[in-house]
Design a binder for this molecule. Structure first.
Ligand code: NAP
Ligand code: MG
Length: 472
């Protein structure tokens, strides 16, 4: 894998110097060492990128037959597969996630997303019969740092399949795979200006969403910034989808296969250091099996290896940034102060870099901050329940509603729970499973709109003479 010393902005199919003149380093969270310098786009850069996207939209991309667009998207998917090792290493270097996860989850799923949406590009008339789907125009897409390449794929693939053009802003701490992706776009021969990448911080994101020539905003990130974006574009015609935070309940019934459930709990909260919007961060255990579940969980936590993200035996990598580590530490201190009981398995953390041991809190009351707020780290809060009704009530007792998990032997109980849980995704006897054919998105403060599946096409389309059914 070759890194440049310095990256400009990718606009109109070319690397350009930022008009802002600003560059900042992106660092490896596992070593705190700088990896490369990255341009920080400003208002003028955003304007330039939106102009390039508009030109590409008007000069051919939007009127290209779907079967032709599909060829480009298939090519992107294939090149991603061919270069998967390179992408996996870069994702782990820049973001701190274990190489096993970037290799086996992030990169293959990103490619799968492009394959899936390539298949829809020439079938939009069948996906929305009698509704005459039309592309919306220029899409502004803003993504977070927890799944940098995968979130890019979730955003770019449906936008291209539906005939839109894109300006994407990666997160400040993880721009490198998006920049390597520009090389993939060139290899795939995508016409200039169809996808533009403007790196930078929240300022570039704020300029992008309010740009008057942007028709559609797709945002994944915190609820706080999601609300700010909604305010910023209120009163305009821009379409909006928001994929925001979560505080998912993972509900374990007494008839569940306990060893499998414990694997699901571990995967639910320690996958990607818990930097997962749909993480199973609240464990709800039926009272009668509380003791064995917690004993098994603590034993299993002792086998997790925390350390170098590039070591393929690592289970828990680095925390993405110093700011995120501070936030985790603050919330963990609040949990202890409020009276919860903390457990961390004995494990030696690397001396350099930002790391946090897998943590579980028992004796948690529903009112505690660690039961209410999104920690976005490897920290689990355990609550108990007696009846299914009580489980539903507790699981829904949150401002969020992104995902949930149910562990039970009874299929009927999974259906009973799933129909009562106010969550966009409900997993049965599994957790954190993703498939491009399956829609993903939130209820309540977890946002609105869906990504993935047929539903994920709709926010990128206008329909002639018909009211829209989704996505604002
Ligand atoms: P964030 O602070 O909201 O940032 C997300 C993106 O928005 C970043 O690219 C950020 O740039 C940019 N941004 C910041 N301020 C902005 C503004 N005023 N206008 C426009 N864009 C702005 O979130 P984060 O801390 O990076 O990510 C963690 C959050 O994302 C968690 O709450 C998590 O639950 C959520 N998330 C949700 C999903 C989902 O699908 N629902 C998926 C993944 C993550 P900078 O990086 O430069 O700040
Ligand atoms: Mg970084």
């Amino acid at each position: 894998m070759q890194l440049e010393e310095r990256y400009g902005l990718f606009i109109g199919g070319e690397w350009v110097e930022p008009r802002s003149g600003e560059y900042q380093p992106t660092v490896s969270p596992a070593t705190e060492e700088p990896l490369a310098e990255v341009a920080y786009g400003g208002a003028e850069d955003v304007d330039f990128a939106v102009g390039a996207a508009r030109e590409a939209f008007s000069n051919g991309w939007s009127s290209l037959p779907g079967s032709e667009r599909a060829k480009y998207i298939f090519r992107i998917a294939r090149v991603l597969q061919e270069r998967s090792r390179e992408f996996a290493v870069l994702e782990s270097l820049d973001g701190g996630k274990p190489i096993r996860e970037s290799r086996d989850v992030d990169v293959p799923l990103a490619a799968a997303h492009f394959f899936y949406y390539a298949g829809w590009a020439d079938k939009l008339e069948y996906a929305f019969p009698n509704r005459r789907p039309q592309p919306v125009g220029v899409a502004a897409q803003i993504i977070p740092w927890n799944f940098p390449l995968l979130m890019l794929a979730w955003k770019v693939a449906p936008a291209l399949a539906t005939g839109n053009t894109v300006v994407l802003k990666p997160a400040e701490t993880t721009p490198l795979t998006a920049l390597l992706f520009c090389d993939v776009l060139r290899q795939a021969g995508l016409p200039p200006g169809v996808v533009n990448i403007v790196t930078g911080d929240g300022r570039a994101g704020a300029e992008l969403v309010k740009h008057p020539d942007v028709d559609k905003v797709a945002f994944t990130g915190s609820t706080e910034v999601g609300k700010a974006i909604q305010r910023a574009i209120a009163g305009t015609n821009k379409k909006l989808t928001l994929e925001l935070g979560g505080k998912a309940a993972n509900v374990i019934f007494d008839d569940a296969a306990l060893d499998q459930a414990v694997e699901g709990i571990v995967n639910g909260i320690y996958f990607n250091q818990g930097h997962v919007c749909c993480a199973g961060s609240r464990l709800l255990v039926q009272e009668s099996i509380y003791e064995p579940v917690i004993a098994k969980l603590k034993r299993r936590m002792g086998t997790l290896r925390v350390g170098d993200p590039l070591d393929k035996n690592t289970d828990v990598g680095a925390i993405n940034s110093k700011e995120q580590l501070d936030r985790i530490q603050e919330l963990v201190a609040a949990g202890e102060a409020e009276g919860a009981e903390i457990y961390q398995p004995p494990c030696r953390l690397p001396e350099k870099g930002w790391f946090f041991a897998p943590t579980v809190f028992t004796n948690v009351a529903q009112s505690y901050r660690i039961a209410q707020e999104e920690i976005f780290g490897p920290v689990l809060s355990v609550l108990t329940f007696r009846t299914p009704e009580e489980a539903v009530e507790k699981a829904n007792n949150t401002a969020y509603g992104l995902s949930a998990g149910i562990w039970t032997e009874k299929g009927s109980r999974i259906l009973y729970m799933a129909s009562r849980l106010r969550a966009g995704v409900v997993w049965g006897n599994t957790f954190n499973r993703f498939d491009p054919a399956s829609p993903f998105g939130g209820f309540k403060e977890s946002g609105f709109g869906r990504e993935g599946g047929l539903q994920g096409l709709e926010p990128y389309l206008d329909f002639e003479g018909k009211p829209e059914s989704f996505g604002g």
